[in-house]
Design a binder for this molecule. Sequence first.
Ligand SMILES: *Cc1c(COP(=O)(O)O)cnc(C)c1O
Length: 354
Amino acid sequence: MLDTLTIRTQRTPASRLGELDPANIEFGKTFADHMFVVDYANGEWQEPQIVPFGDMAVSPANSALHYGQAIFEGMKAYRTTSGEVQLFRPTDNCRRLNLSAVRMCMPEIPEELFMQGLLQLVRLDSEWVPSQDGYSLYIRPFMFATDGLLGVRPSDTYRFVIITCPAGAFYNKPIRVRFEEKYVRSAEGGAGFAKNAGNYGAAMYPTKLAQQDGYNQLIWTDASEHRYVEESGTMNAIFVIDGRLITPAVSTSILDGITRKSVLQLARDWGMPVEERKVSVHEIVEAAQNGTLQEAFGVGTAATIASIAVIGFEGTDYTLPELTDAAFSRRVGKTLDAIRAGQAPDPHNWMVRV
Ligand SMILES: *Cc1c(COP(=O)(O)O)cnc(C)c1O
């Protein structure tokens, strides 16, 4: 992609890359040398910059801190086997950020500004993109209100930032989950489809309760009846029942995941029946009881596929069959890895070279 936008770049005088121990990467702790920053004021985006990664000063009355006008995205850059760096469906993240922005009364960011900031930042810090199998550079674009004003109204000023951090291969040990029967992550008409910070904060307490009971995560159910599956933790939920892929249709309470879309596309490419619809807890429990529930997994950028080994409901744990290499979730995970590493054809043009 052409650099159609000149971004003033202040390089760090001392790279921290040498301090990184690639064998011991703790996710989200060590950040690459630079960050992209652009402020919004007077009704328009100001001059963008790339600067050394570092702390930022905000007013203690910053309205993101008080009223939660804060949104984010999560995406990754991958190193191919031949050494190039590429991004997975980055314009989809830009579009979703803007959907989140509209829901939270925040300004949309032009795709050109998002993409140029992203590409030029990742190019500058490209040595931070690890080359080990399954490793990547995690990219966190985010936007927050910056008005120092306690009045409750949308802020007039905002900051959009992109930071990045190397990420190791996620350990895909199959997880234990339970259907949440009391708390809700999100309700129809709420902001659950948006990637806004508050959705995550409010999910921590019920998740902690499930973890105290020996589960890794929970499967959220609908806010009014707790009868229908919503998502699995911070991932979309997918089930394989009798050879059919079944997943809750996206709605205002379910986030439209890019991994979900990609997994569904591959399933369709492979001729597998795909059903996007309401999925009841009852249907899943019944399929687990009668042995037709073959696979259940969460999908999202961080882990790609998180296989579910056990599903708890009303105090009973249902154990899923062990996965073989022929399992759909295994094959689709491997295919996505291969596309990202440049080892498999990319028929849908998902990859964007940096
Ligand atoms: C980010 C996110 C996902 C996964 O989306 P991807 O685009 O696949 O990373 C799913 N659910 C929620 C609630 C999320 O915030």
